[in-house]
Design a protein around this ligand. Structure first.
Ligand code: SAH
Ligand code: SF4
Length: 381
């Protein structure tokens, strides 16, 4: 495991009042240029230039932009910046997974302003796992983030910034690889927090990173994972259009009420109905259901059969996640033999049921282990 402190090139610590260009939609950038008296005939060209430098060039200072008038850049810099949030710590796992602890601006005088972002390299793709909140209001009993109180929602620029920081650190900008062989090919909203309790900011951030004039991640390669906030599920399909993952973890209310307590508010019947009605997206008609494997809790072969029954009307993929233990957790991961038997029952019923390979465990970067360092250190005392 490698643990390094980073000198961030350009951070937001000294210019917190400036807006981040990368947190704006193209339409908002165009409005900003209008305010700078850019002639309307040039507005669309200048918007594209700024957008290109930001999302293809990866510049961190407005002054690095070459083909726009200096005067205009100076004017913009009074209200806007390209600086990133700063990285407090970078850890590299033996398996290549990288976890960044990111400092965010302090709001409400809170002392805990850190989130975690994780890069998981695989043979044919690289996935970035992004956070949507500092902490989480929900307290799923097997999740480390759930033991941390919610501090606040992230803003859309703080969500986009996680992708830019990772691209900076991995040198994954278009200008440096003209053949466009990307290191980050997929983004999953599976870090800290419940994205649907921060819907507007998450929506804006995902629309920015999938905009085809910018980083242009395909919506099929962006996945939003939710614990099942039913009223927002249809809106994810209609307004964002990315792939949906649902943290199911149980096929019966009695068990799900304990594992994912929000189930008491939005029980399985309503959740499954919302998934059945999920607006069909051209590229991602299957919904991924996440199912954490907990020994003697939800891993019997009868549980697998119950799962088949409730998902029978939904084109689904069932991702079996071996439970990732964290200090103080009360659960044990199911035996590998049982996980394989469970997967086979699902497979025989026609469901794709991959078993997720645990990654980055030596740096507590695996699914459900993210929780900010400050809190962890405090609790050791
Ligand atoms: N809040 C959202 C997204 C973040 S959690 C959600 O709950 O879906 C991302 C995934 O990790 C979820 O499926 C979550 O249930 C799972 N998870 C949480 N803790 C885990 C653990 N200790 N081991 C394995 N998976 C876990
Ligand atoms: Fe929050 Fe998701 Fe963890 Fe549940 S599993 S506590 S919703 S981050």
């Amino acid at each position: 495991m490698l643990d390094t402190s980073i000198e961030s090139p350009s951070t937001n610590q000294d210019n917190q009042n400036l807006k981040k260009i990368y947190g704006q939609l193209q339409s908002e950038i165009s409005e900003a240029l209008e305010k700078c008296q850019v002639p309307s005939k040039q507005n669309s060209m200048r918007t594209k230039q700024l957008w290109n430098w930001t999302f293809l060039g990866g510049v961190t200072e407005l002054s690095e932009i070459k083909n726009m008038p200096k005067e205009l850049l100076n004017q913009l810099s009074k209200n806007y910046t390209l600086s990133r949030n700063s990285i407090a710590n970078e850890q590299k796992s033996n398996d290549g997974t990288i976890k960044w602890l990111v400092d965010l601006a302090s709001k409400n005088n809170s002392t805990n302003n850190q989130i975690e972002t994780v890069f998981i390299p695989e043979e044919n793709r690289g996935t970035l796992c992004i956070s949507s909140q500092i902490g989480c209001t929900l307290n799923c009993s097997f999740c480390h983030t759930g033991t941390q109180r919610l501090v606040r929602n992230l803003t859309s620029d703080e969500i986009v910034s996680q992708l830019l920081i990772a691209k900076d650190r991995l040198d994954d900008w278009h200008k440096n690889n003209p053949n466009n062989v990307r290191k980050i090919t997929n983004v999953v909203m599976m870090g800290m927090g419940e994205p649907l309790y921060n819907f507007e900011a998450v929506k804006k951030a995902l629309l920015i990173i999938t905009d085809c004039d910018g980083i242009a991640l395909s919506k099929r390669r962006v996945t939003l994972s939710t614990s099942g906030i039913v009223p927002y599920i249809e809106r994810v399909g209609n307004e964002i259009g990315v792939s949906l993952a649902v943290s199911l973890h149980a096929a019966k209310d009695e068990i799900r009420d304990i594992l994912v307590p929000i189930n008491k508010k939005y029980p399985l019947k309503e959740l499954i109905k919302a998934c059945e009605n999920y607006p069909k997206i051209k590229n991602s008609s299957k919904i991924t259901f996440e199912y954490v494997m907990l020994k003697d809790v939800n891993d019997s072969l009868q549980d697998a059969k119950d799962l088949i029954k409730i998902l029978s009307n939904i084109p689904s993929k069932i991702n079996l996640i071996p439970f990732n233990p964290w200090p103080g957790s009360n659960y044990i991961c199911s035996d590998m033999k049982r996980i394989r038997e469970f997967a086979k029952v699902l497979l025989d019923a026609g469901f794709s049921s991959p078993i997720r390979k645990p990654r980055g465990q030596d740096i507590l970067a695996a699914c459900g282990q993210l929780r900010s360092e400050t809190i962890r250190l405090k609790s050791k005392k």
